[in-house]
Design a binder for this molecule. Structure first.
Ligand code: SF4
Length: 369
């Protein structure tokens, strides 16, 4: 079945690199999947053409890092989360410096360059605990980037420490925080957040943390967790808010979308499958014309889908994820090593290259050192 003239014109606009509106995005979402994927692949090519000395479209990247959840104590009780514990539960924990040293040493032994450090919203840990942890890591492992503390954690810190956001983020940065992950983005529409995580930072708060971080010169990522209670219109509203923020402050290095995993959680919802995931990722590449990198999510979708997502707008396959407690508690336990990751990338005809948090190629830096 052919497309009508309006849709043909829209596809041409997307192919040519034009900015699409929310209504146009909803229309693109209805395209046959291979066609939407081809448009996203084209947009990836436009976005990456000048990178890596003009080789941006020959290369797909990955990062070696470790997810460290510094505590599982949390008083936010998100319905989609199976990770949180109360302080009184036997298996609650707060990480020690010795434990974190061991995890970072293992990460470095595997060629890692970064830790992704996030945790529950602990009601009692004080500011100095976090600053001590950061400066300990910086002093002991100066080569490791700490990509840590999601916006909802920072909003929680403002409440617990009774401090404004900007000096707080500055103090964390000065103690060793390198960049901020987009965790807790979920869907940046308050009606959705009220439904799935009513005690967590709302949309404006999440975006404000990112705006402040970007103004302080810190890079961050934007994320989306979808496939639960939200509508397509709300997903597109999420993309719109991320795009607008990026127009204003420009610090998002990458966008990462993944699907809700239901097992062991209290949220009853139909999980999104592979084709819906690919469709949404492709649309994200087209819509987010000001974010250079789209990362696929093999952790929730499995290795094959994570691989094929590189033909649906993604240019990066993410991390080997030495540890991922939140998703694995919810029943998703895909594992991948560096060799697997390189094989998946090369299987699609790309050159596999390790990158750091800022998407610089790691071996290029080593050669330049
Ligand atoms: S997702 Fe994060 S904030 Fe929500 S309950 Fe789990 S640990 Fe707490």
């Amino acid at each position: 079945m052919g497309l009508d003239a309006t849709k043909e014109a829209l596809c041409q606009k997307a192919w040519d690199g034009g900015r699409v509106s929310a209504d146009e995005a909803a229309s693109l979402y209805e395209l046959p999947l291979p066609q939407l994927g081809a448009l996203a692949d084209r947009r990836r090519r436009l976005a990456k053409a000048d990178d890596y000395d003009g080789r941006g479209n020959d290369i797909a990247t990955y990062i070696v890092d470790r997810n460290i959840n510094y505590t599982n104590v949390c008083n936010v009780y998100c319905k989609f989360c199976a990770f949180w514990r109360t302080e009184k539960q036997d298996d609650s924990y707060v990480i020690t410096h010795d434990e974190i040293d061991q995890k970072i040493e293992e990460t470095i032994a595997l060629g890692g360059t970064q830790i992704l450090m996030q945790g529950g919203h602990h009601p009692k840990l004080g500011k100095q605990w976090y600053l001590d942890l950061l400066s300990h890591i910086r002093d002991r492992f100066p080569q490791i980037n700490v990509h840590g503390f999601s916006p909802s954690e920072f909003i929680h810190f403002c409440d617990v420490f009774d401090e404004p956001l900007e000096p707080l983020i500055r103090d964390f940065r000065d103690a060793g925080l390198g960049s901020i992950p987009g965790g807790g983005g979920e869907i940046l529409v308050d009606a959705v957040r009220q439904s799935i995580s009513p005690l967590k930072a709302m949309s404006d708060d999440w975006l404000e943390v990112m705006a402040v971080a970007h103004r302080l010169g810190m890079a961050s990522t934007a994320t989306m967790m979808f496939g639960h209670v939200e509508t397509l219109g709300q997903r597109i509203e999420h993309l719109e808010r991320v795009r607008r923020q990026q127009d204003e402050t420009g610090g998002f290095t990458a966008f990462i979308a993944w699907t809700f995993q239901a097992e062991n959680t209290r949220l009853k919802a139909q999980e999104a499958g592979a084709s819906e995931y690919l469709r949404m990722q492709a649309l994200s590449r087209i819509y987010l014309d000001n974010i250079p990198n789209i990362q696929s999510s093999w952790v929730t979708q499995g290795l094959e889908v994570g691989q094929i997502a590189l033909r649906y707008g993604a240019n990066d396959i993410g991390s080997i994820m030495i540890e991922e407690n939140v998703v694995s508690e919810a029943g998703t336990t895909f594992r991948m090593g560096v060799a697997d990751m390189r094989r998946l990338i090369e299987g699609l005809g790309y050159e596999a290259r390790q990158r750091d948090n800022w998407y610089r190629l790691v071996d290029d830096q080593a050669a330049a050192a």
